[in-house]
Design a protein around this ligand. Structure first.
Ligand code: SF4
Ligand code: FES
Length: 252
């Protein structure tokens, strides 16, 4: 099959970018989207032109490295799918595709389709951990975890930090990501001692990084490759109220 690609090319964050047109010809429909870009890059290398930079690692939908917009949709139009797992069989011969990086002030473009997502790392650093005494590994059943709490935590931990939620949000909000990371730990007994501080610190870090607020459009949930539910934002907001209340009473 043949595809017509319009790809965002940008040498660095300080140089303005632009779209450039490319054609890929004779590619197999059972290739993945990233394999198609690999084929394009081999072609560009053979012609002595700069290759298209894009992030990838596991190519199995688990690491969160990959991601860009295809015709304006983060990770493309297949629900619950990262671009690395997106097959070309969902496209038609001769399709015109616009491929561009996440667009958000907090995610500056580094090169072509690669954006700087270190803002996510700083949100995690603000509270995405539990503090425990180190030493030998504790018995697995030393702290009993209710099944419901374990399920909630597991669902939240499925977030791979890809950033699609930010790219899809009209306000470039990082609330789905942050709520998943907070709920992952706040749902567990092990996360209780630092629950309030974790929530306050991670929400403050999110605001500092320049992400917008949530206005309940639901676009984040729609594009999330791990189908993180928007209900987690409600959990985060409840924990934020709880943390603010406790903090207010302790500091009085
Ligand atoms: S919530 Fe979903 S879209 Fe957002 S970073 Fe996590 S996995 Fe990606
Ligand atoms: S390359 Fe790891 S999730 Fe896509």
């Amino acid at each position: 099959m043949n595809l017509n690609l319009r790809i965002w090319r940008q040498v660095s964050s300080t140089v303005p970018g632009e779209f450039k047109d490319y054609q890929v010809k004779g590619i197999a429909p059972d290739m993945s989207f990233l394999e198609m870009l690999d084929a394009l890059n081999e072609d560009l290398t053979a012609r002595g032109e700069p290759t298209v930079a894009f992030e990838h690692d596991c190519r199995e939908g688990i690491c969160g490295s990959c991601g860009f917009l295809i015709n304006g949709i983060a990770h493309g139009s297949q629900r619950g799918t990262t671009v690395c797992q997106l097959s070309l069989r969902f496209f038609n011969d001769g399709d015109h595709l616009i491929i561009e990086p996440w667009r958000a002030r907090a995610f500056p473009v580094i090169r072509d389709l690669i954006v700087d997502r270190s803002a996510f790392d700083r949100i995690i650093q603000a509270g995405g951990f539990i503090s425990v005494p180190t030493g030998s590994a504790p018995d697995a059943n030393a702290i009993l975890v209710p099944k419901e709490a374990a399920d909630t935590s597991f669902d939240a931990a499925a977030c791979i930090g890809c950033g699609a939620c930010v790219a899809a949000s009209p306000n470039a909000s990082a609330m789905l990501f942050t709520s998943a990371k907070i709920t992952h730990l706040n749902a567990l007994p092990q996360g209780q001692p630092q629950r309030d501080q974790r929530t306050l610190n991670m929400v403050a870090a999110m605001s500092r990084e320049g992400f917008g607020s949530c206005t309940n459009h639901g676009e984040c949930e729609a594009v999330c490759p791990k189908e993180i539910p928007i209900e987690f934002i409600g959990c985060m907001n409840r924990d934020l109220l709880r943390g603010t209340w406790h903090h207010h009473h302790v500091s009085r």
